[in-house]
Design a protein around this ligand. Structure first.
Ligand SMILES: [Zn+2]
Length: 85
């Protein structure tokens, strides 16, 4: 009970309950790209060919969901989804 955030009953209407202190990083594209860059550097994942045309050069990671940075697809600049040319 030492780490309980419970407050005495008489204070409940004065202060809201304390938020949990656990660190929960917000998934962001910046973080996802960093995670992929580090994994590439460490050799944990490998760059693949463009999934649309198969070209091997200039391919970059397309991360649809920043919460799952390794559920990515490799696309050349012409086939990155959502990019206007
Ligand atoms: Zn392509």
């Amino acid at each position: 009970m030492r780490h309980s955030h419970a407050r005495p009953r008489r204070y409940r209407n004065l202060w809201p309950p304390a938020p949990p202190k656990t660190f929960q990083p917000t998934p962001s594209m910046e973080r996802a790209r960093l995670a992929v860059a580090v994994a590439l550097r460490d050799g944990r994942i490998e760059r693949g060919p463009c999934e649309t045309c198969g070209v091997a050069e200039g391919v970059e990671a397309h991360i649809p969901d920043p919460a799952q940075p390794f559920a990515l697809s490799w696309r050349c600049p012409l086939h990155v989804p959502g990019v206007q040319h």
